[in-house]
Design a protein around this ligand. Structure first.
Ligand code: PEP
Ligand code: MN
Length: 262
């Protein structure tokens, strides 16, 4: 393995480009087995999947809760993945602890201070997404609530902000990469799935993130996006994900070969 950034007890991020992939939500044992097998074959180390889902409508699928966490735990044991999953409530933090490796704090909860304080008391890394209307200042201050409790294992994730144009689901602010790297020592991830809401924009966004020096990306993948219980429209199918991965590898190689000091 190349140089790595030591984050905590056993989580190592590669210094290059890290890929977190998986479905928006954990839907069933079978769904996660299919995805786990596929991602493992492609040597993906980080898997995502929401057990607790923050949904705009209370009548939409809210996630499988504890059952979903157990499914994630089993997938982790089968393949040795690092599991990323969202917590919505301070009470979820303890429930999720044994099943996951990275706590995700979603956009809607970036300023949920009791939740930030609770994950800050743990020794597991926290992926803190940018609030959809948060300034850099507010985002960084939110990370301080986590660090305050002693947990410095923080990853920041740009997932787009609300703007006037609704052609894309959000406006993916790629300037987060140099800005966050300049202002904090934390790794910065890009989520083009929620950031654009459009499958065809995921590859260009990932290419841009790689060139700009992001530490990684988080991408939604589903075996049958049309049947997904959430965010099917923006989820890549397996073929599309493989194509994206090949593209990333080629670009990484080209950047390595032609790297010039600017
Ligand atoms: C997610 O990653 O599943 C999610 C809900 O994202 P966000 O908080 O960025 O909307
Ligand atoms: Mn989603």
């Amino acid at each position: 393995m190349t140089d790595s950034i030591k984050m905590e007890y056993s989580l190592e991020l590669e210094k290059g480009f890290n890929i977190i992939a998986g479905p928006c939500a954990v839907e069933s044992v079978r769904q996660m087995e299919i995805i786990g097998e596929f991602l493992n074959k492609l040597d993906i180390k980080f898997i995502r999947g929401g057990a607790f889902k923050p949904r705009t409508s209370p009548s939409s699928f809210q996630g499988l809760g504890i059952k979903g966490l157990k499914i994630l735990g089993d997938i982790k044991d089968s393949y040795g993945f690092r599991v990323v999953s969202e917590v919505l409530d301070p009470r979820d933090v303890e429930k999720a602890y044994d099943y996951i490796d990275i706590y995700q704090i979603g956009s809607r909860n970036m300023q949920n201070y009791p939740l930030l304080i609770e994950v800050g008391k743990t020794d597991k890394p926290v992926l803190l997404k940018r609030g959809m209307s948060a300034t850099f200042e507010e985002w960084i201050k939110a990370s301080e609530y986590i660090a305050m409790g002693g947990n410095q294992h923080i990853l920041l994730c740009e997932r787009g902000i609300r703007s006037f144009d609704d052609y894309t689901r959000n406006t993916l602010d790629l300037m987060s990469i140099p800005i966050i790297q300049g202002k904090t020592g934390y790794p910065i991830f890009i989520d083009p799935s929620h950031g654009t809401g459009r499958k065809e924009l995921i590859l260009p966004a990932v290419r841009a993130a790689l060139v700009l020096g992001a530490n990684g990306v988080m991408i939604e993948v589903h075996p049958e996006p049309a049947k997904a219980l959430s965010d099917g429209i923006q989820s890549l199918n397996f073929k599309e994900f493989e194509l994206l991965l090949n593209n990333v590898k080629k670009l990484e190689q080209a950047l390595d070969e032609d790297m010039v000091e600017l």
